[in-house]
Design a protein around this ligand. Structure first.
Ligand code: GAR
Length: 204
């Protein structure tokens, strides 16, 4: 089976990266995690990748000052150099410009810690609690030039419990992220388990 060469872009901890690497160990998984890039040289995700024998590279945005285009050109060049077919943003905390979103349209996924279109942006768990929602969760979607927007590929929902804090919610949502992202990527790449083209839905 030809596996798509996938790059994962991270900024920090890299637990979703870890989940994607673990899923890709299955022989029938349609993606090979071939490259990990980070805008943050101190990202633990880079070590996670290297420990797994995956090529990992920091492309520090600070080296490019305010020139977002130059930073994104460097990312794009690294993706092309590694013959990447699909990009997964996994806790990549830089806003993207059309330079990347246009070049990778339909081939760039993101995971976001809310049930989009609710709570785009930051501090999603605190905002969910403040809004009094009873369901919360995470979303995998295709990336467009609009932040935390684009066609939804899958969602996982959890119940909000009395006494939940942003931290307890974040922890339960993160568990679902680790299940959802590998499933949504598998579905997107049309792997063996792919059925009709409908979004993945997990609910616990
Ligand atoms: C995850 O919760 C992810 O959904 C979120 O950052 C965290 C990264 O964790 N992404 C965003 O907020 C992007 N808008 P990880 O580094 O352990 O995967």
């Amino acid at each position: 089976m030809a596996r798509t060469r996938v790059a994962v872009l991270v900024s920090g901890r890299g637990s979703n990266l870890h989940a994607l690497i673990a899923a890709s160990a299955a022989p029938d998984y349609p993606a090979e995690i071939a490259l990990v890039l980070s805008n943050n040289p101190a990202s633990p995700g880079l070590d996670t990748a290297r420990d797994a024998g995956i090529q990992a590279q920091a492309i520090d945005h600070r080296a490019h000052g305010r020139d977002r285009a130059a930073h994104e050109q460097a990312i794009d060049a690294a993706l092309r150099e590694a013959d990447i077919g699909c990009v997964c943003l996994a806790g990549y905390m830089r806003l993207l410009t059309p330079l990347l979103t246009t070049r990778w349209a339909g081939r760039m996924l993101n995971i976001h810690p809310s049930l989009l279109p609710a709570f785009p942006g930051l501090q999603t768990h605190a905002r969910a609690l403040q809004a009094g929602v009873t369901l919360h969760g995470c979303t995998v979607h295709l990336v467009t030039e609009r932040v935390d927007d684009g066609p939804i590929l899958g969602q996982a929902a959890i119940c909000v419990h009395p006494g939940d804090t942003p931290e307890t919610l974040a922890a339960r949502v993160l568990e679902q992220e680790h299940l959802l992202y590998p499933l949504a990527l598998r579905r997107h790449l049309g792997g063996r388990a792919a059925g009709p083209r409908e979004g993945v839905l997990l609910a616990v």
